[in-house]
Design a protein around this ligand. Structure first.
Ligand code: BEZ
Length: 211
């Protein structure tokens, strides 16, 4: 059965471009992003890994460790990383799992046989410090991911993990948020001292509490 939000992210031990890792202990107290790539030496994946490397400061700022997986072996990954660094003007600074036996791809249901029985789709799993899956997104091989969207979602996940709020459509860090329906009107002033707007009884907004 496929993994669902709130499930514990399956643990595994695997060889990576940065040595052997045990996934849960490698994550430690951090948030994690595990994302799959259909194959090494493919154009879209090359750009995705380059963008991820260039965003390393943004992930670090959010206490997020990033790890990629592709169903190729370590020598293939090592050669490909050189190409990525050269063509994308970056330094790949996160591990890529060598998953030639498809251990991780299978655990995380990244192979969708009706799309391809050989390669993974572009799966993204965001994992919280409690090792639970907070977000999954699946793209087809032909569509490169939007990493600004990934950072935006992580901002929302981290905010909503700590405050009784939710983020509206197209929300970006710094914008007003909506107050969780479970919060009673009378409790709002104490919980949200920056003020609030009551547009409807079920639609109440407040400035982002941690800004
Ligand atoms: C790519 O990463 O460029 C790619 C991989 C598999 C199918 C199509 C594109």
């Amino acid at each position: 059965m496929s993994l669902r939000l709130g499930d514990i992210a399956p643990d595994f031990t695997a060889e990576t471009t940065e040595g052997r890792i045990q996934f849960h202990s490698w994550l430690g107290e951090s948030w994690g992003v595990l994302f799959s790539h259909p194959a090494d030496y493919t154009p879209v994946c090359t750009t995705e890994l380059g963008v991820t490397a260039k965003l390393s400061g943004e992930f670090k700022k959010r206490n997020v460790k990033v790890i990629a997986v592709s169903v190729d072996d370590l020598p293939s990954h090592q050669g490909w990383v050189k190409d990525i660094n050269e063509t994308q003007q970056c330094e790949v600074n996160f591990p890529i799992i060598a998953d030639a036996d498809k251990q991780v791809a299978t655990l995380y249901d990244m192979i969708h046989p009706n799309a391809s029985d050989k390669f993974t789709v572009r799966s993204v799993f965001v994992i919280g410090p409690d090792k639970k899956i907070k977000l999954t997104i699946t793209y087809p091989a032909s569509t490169g991911r939007n990493f600004d969207e990934l950072l935006r979602v992580i901002d929302s996940l981290q905010l909503t993990a700590n405050y009784s709020v939710a983020t509206p459509a197209n929300w970006k860090d710094g914008q007003d948020v909506v107050i969780a329906p479970a919060i009673k009107d009378e409790d709002i002033p104490q919980k949200f001292p920056k003020g609030h707007t009551r547009i409807k009884p079920y639609l109440r907004t407040t400035p982002q509490p941690n800004k």
